[in-house]
Ligand binder design. Structure first.
Ligand SMILES: C[S@@+](CC[C@H](N)C(=O)[O-])C[C@H]1O[C@@H](n2cnc3c(N)ncnc32)[C@H](O)[C@@H]1O
Length: 232
């Protein structure tokens, strides 16, 4: 896909609550994106304001690290866009691992497919195009997932979470992006559908006895949800 250049300024830090110098410090002291991720970032930046959908570099570093730390072999991503987070997950997978990447946009994932080739992870990623709720409902019932990442339409977060849960291995981890939503989750004036959906999601997860959760003030907020074995 040929993306025209744009004058779009670089976006501010995803970690909206940090002063810019501290946000820069955090990014500078997390493993840096390699040239493939740098080029992908430049390419995605040319999409203009849509660039803000891409995860932050320090979040990508965290996701690669966590994927590797839990020895993930099978991962599912809901919301692939131009591919940054999928590359970060794929790079952390154990040898022979695979990532099922779900998105409904052929246009944006065309950029991702090129980046996967460039990163040498295309053989590990299985792109499934279509509404993610349908893709997840159609997963092989026997599929056991070690790591999942939810980063698509906020109103369906709970649906994605519930669809993934029966597939998660005990001890598996679900990462959920944008749980702070630029701070709007605690802004009483914010009553839009996305903000409300995120509040409902965050409240539901913390009260859910099937999981334990740590909400990290990383980038726009990332919840790390560990699936407990039956019986706790
Ligand atoms: C925030 S972006 C994902 C960013 C990506 N994780 C990254 O690191 O660049 C959200 C993505 O979710 C996809 N999406 C939104 N609603 C969807 C749905 N109902 N089914 C499938 N994909 C959806 C959009 O096409 C978009 O690519």
């Amino acid at each position: 896909m040929d993306i025209p250049p744009t004058d779009q300024p670089p976006m501010g830090p995803k970690a909206f609550f940090l002063p810019e110098d501290l946000a820069d410090y955090v990014a500078a002291h997390s493993s840096a994106p390699d040239p493939v991720l740098e080029r992908l970032t430049e390419r995605t930046r040319r999409l203009g304001s849509l660039f803000s959908m891409q995860i932050a570099p320090e979040q990508g570093a965290f996701m690669t690290l966590l994927t590797a730390a839990i020895g993930a072999r099978v991962a599912v991503e809901v919301g692939t866009f131009t591919g940054y987070s999928s590359i970060c997950i794929a790079r952390g997978l154990a040898p022979g691992g695979r990532l099922i990447a779900c998105d409904r946009s052929d246009e944006w994932t065309a950029v991702a497919r090129e980046a996967w080739l460039e990163a040498g992870v295309d053989d590990r990623i299985d792109l499934r195009l279509g509404p993610a709720a349908e893709t997840l409902a159609a997963l092989d019932p026997d599929l056991v997932v070690d790591l999942a990442f939810i980063d698509a339409d906020k109103e369906n977060y709970l649906i994605y979470f519930e669809a993934l849960l029966p597939h998660m291995r005990p001890g598996g981890v679900v990462l959920v992006d944008n749980v702070l939503w630029s701070g709007r989750v605690v802004d009483p004036v914010a009553t839009d559908a996305d903000t409300e959906a995120l509040r409902v999601f965050n409240d539901a997860v913390v009260a859910d006895s099937r999981v334990e959760v740590a909400m990290l003030p990383l980038a726009d907020g990332v919840s790390v949800i560990r699936v407990l074995p039956p019986g706790g």
